[in-house]
Design a protein around this ligand. Sequence first.
Ligand SMILES: [Zn+2]
Length: 285
Amino acid sequence: MKKYMGITTVIIVGLLAGVFYWGEYDLKLVPNEPDLRPRIEEGSPSEMSEKFDLSGGSERDNRGFPQRTIVDLVSLHPTLFFREGSQKAKKVALTFDDGPDSVYTPQMMDILKEYNVKATFFLIGNRAHLFPEVVKRMVNEGHVVANHSMTHANIAKLSKDKVYQEIKQAEDALYKIIGYRTALFRSPYGSLNSEQVKQIGSYNYKVIAWNVDSLDWKSLSAEQVKYNILENAKEGSVILQHSSGSLEEDLTGSVAALPEVIKILKKDGYEFVTIPELLKIPYKK
Ligand SMILES: [Zn+2]
């Protein structure tokens, strides 16, 4: 009898382990994540994988540009480098980096449209080639299109010539779609040195950083993104979110946080403006 009980126990334990194992395995197969691979409007699938890549790598591997450095660059180049607007008015600017794509950028624009908010999108030239219709929609809906380099290169690691190419090629790519030449630049990963600020300034650009980082590129939940923004937003804030990323970045939380962020800041009396409005600088040449 004891022998049978032993065998029965082993079988039951084995079955339970199997159920848990396969249960977990099943969970992994449930497609509860959005399809992060955008559908292209133009070009071939190989062009897609080549051009959708962030040439400097994912934000995760490259970020590490402290606010301290940003503050230093602002004080060294007060007419070229900006991280916030005047603290005298209850105005803030939403900014979205790394678009366009066909997954998150349209969702962000749907929400902005619903709440009648205009924002500033820092776009990657290569991606603009892939999703021209998304860029056109941006302009049609009153958003400002700005330059975020051609390939999302790590600018601080580039030669002077390469920096020029990154900016100029993106400017040309965007010009073909939007019909104006961008005058606002944000450096990928925030990475930039003082000499490069002067160099980029010589091409009639203002460099735009931020003082509120949603950290949404870490694939945070809506609650976390909302907290990061609302805890830090104040008069004149430039808020950083992403409207696309590398393929492993899940921006679902950032999208879900946006309506709440807008509602709460509006209720607190804040007005949402674009970067050129907040900083009183031109966005085109
Ligand atoms: Zn970026």
